[in-house]
Design a protein around this ligand. Structure first.
Ligand code: URP
Ligand code: ZN
Ligand code: ZN
Length: 465
């Protein structure tokens, strides 16, 4: 039987192997992997690499960010940027507004995404309240409805939970078989250091980094894993920035804990010195945890290469730089405390890892596929529909040209932010076509077609990665 589309000539890569074959697509799914396949449309991908469409499982879009602050991406620009960076699915976080229940927040958030997306989307929840309705009714109901992962914070005023609250939330995850994602930084320690810094007049963007030093993250990582051990649940430590926190994760696993870990491009390419750039430029790099010393890069690379990290995500959290609703918020030039945290990166995540990891010989293409797509699908209940080029899966494919060398430039990107932290960063390898359920959504750097992205309900996490 013929196919709707056949991709010929590409080296086809999955987390478990690579081969030269044709990909036959029918009704949006991969129908055949073979040779000399027939199709109504034939895409000649000679010289290209076919990888599973990227899944970025750590993205913030249209998230409430405080009075007068607005995120630079809505679902139109955020998913457009994601698709142009070789992604076919993203998982943003649903954060309730002040006074909103978790269920109300999900309804409102889905409405914001409806009809706007160029990738498929599914939402993690953010649990910031632990009242009986949230933990006894809303959270269990939402997990059962397919929102099978949620994030809790150990930092940020208004979001940070106490240890007792974290344990109570973990108990719900255990009962309902959901994945707990933790932002591990010690809020009390940060507040102590912030007060000290401000008293000393150390108020520039750089002091965002000095007031969130490595021990703040290491201690919280150790505590998060210990709390999960006490509650008897697996957990995912998100956006790990340094070697000592990575050691805590490895130690937790050695004790028999099921701990998953995520890192991001900023922790292998940016440093705290970027926050010390002239004038207010450093604000462009303010994110939490902050970029560290370049001494930490090899430790993060070792974790990527050897398996400490299961996930490589962007933590895309975009604000505009020249904007009072963004980095230049009221009071941000007076103290780093008021600079919105987060950097854009959904479009550059994959090219940076491809270039720095695959092209520089640090990781294989199979490992690239695992930590940019397959593991995300497994951990967050989307596998086998998503995350692999295999028969029966959605035809979510990124075609990569490994011969393109270029400089990352804001002018070429498709996000809503007005800057990229990687301006001028040279990469080799770039996705030249993104295919979502058989439809091309990006070709040669240009978004194509209507926003066909859909919302995905998810299964329970597969904790046996
Ligand atoms: O600075 C960051 N990473 N902002 C996003 C929120 C978070 O903690 O992930
Ligand atoms: Zn976080
Ligand atoms: Zn984040």
């Amino acid at each position: 039987m013929t196919h709707d589309t056949v991709i010929t000539g590409a080296r086809v890569v999955t987390a478990s192997g690579a081969t030269q074959c044709d990909i036959g697509i029918r009704s949006g799914q991969i129908a055949t992997l073979g040779s000399e396949l027939e199709g109504h449309e034939v895409i000649d991908a000679s010289g290209l690499i076919a990888l599973p469409g990227g899944i970025d499982s750590h993205v913030h879009i249209s998230q409430p960010s405080g009075p007068g602050i607005e995120m630079a991406d809505d679902f139109t620009t955020g998913t457009r940027s994601a698709a142009c960076g070789g992604n076919t699915t993203i998982l943003p976080f649903c954060l309730p507004e002040e006074g909103q229940t978790l269920r109300e927040a999900v309804t409102a958030y889905r409405a914001k995404a409806e009809g706007k997306c160029m990738t498929d989307v599914s939402f993690h929840l953010i649990v910031k309240e632990t009242d009986p309705v949230t933990l006894g009714q809303d959270l269990p109901a939402l997990i059962q409805a397919g929102y099978t992962s949620f994030k809790v914070f150990m930092t940020y005023a208004g979001l940070a939970l106490s240890d007792r609250q974290i344990l109570d939330v973990m108990a719900v995850a255990k009962e309902q078989n959901a994945m707990v994602m933790i932002h591990a930084e010690n809020e009390d320690a940060i507040e102590f250091l912030r007060d000290q810094a401000e008293r000393a007049g150390e108020t520039g963007p750089y002091h965002h980094a000095t007031t969130r030093p490595v021990p703040v993250e290491r201690e919280a990582t150790h505590r998060a894993i210990s709390l999960a051990e006490i509650a008897g649940v697996p957990l995912t430590i998100v956006h790990v920035s340094n070697g000592e926190a990575t050691e805590e994760i490895v130690r937790g696993r050695q004790r028999g804990m099921t701990v998953f870990a995520e890192t991001c491009p900023q922790y292998i390419t940016l440093t705290a010195q970027d926050l010390d750039r002239d004038g207010f430029e450093g604000a462009k790099y303010v994110c939490s945890p902050p970029p560290r010393s370049s001494d930490e890069w090899p430790k993060i690379w070792a974790g990527i290469e050897q398996g400490a990290f299961d996930l490589f995500s962007s933590d895309h959290c975009p604000f505009r730089f020249n904007d009072p609703a963004g980095k230049d918020a009221a009071g941000a030039r007076n103290t780093f405390r008021n600079i919105p945290n987060g950097i854009p990166g959904v479009e550059t995540r994959l090219p940076i890892l491809f270039s720095e990891g695959v092209m520089k010989g640090r990781i294989s293409l199979e490992r690239f596929a695992a930590i940019t797509a397959t593991n995300h699908a497994r951990l967050y209940g989307l596998f086998p529909r998503k995350g692999a080029i295999m028969v029966g899966a959605d035809a979510d494919i990124a075609l990569w040209d490994p011969c393109i060398t270029k400089l990352i430039q804001q002018a070429d990107l498709h996000h809503g932010s007005d800057y990229t932290p990687w301006e001028g960063f040279e990469v080799t390898g770039w996705p030249v076509r993104t295919i979502l359920r058989g439809e091309t959504v990006m070709k040669d750097g240009m978004p194509i077609g209507a926003p066909i992205g859909t919302h995905l309900e998810r299964e329970a996490p597969d904790v046996l990665l």
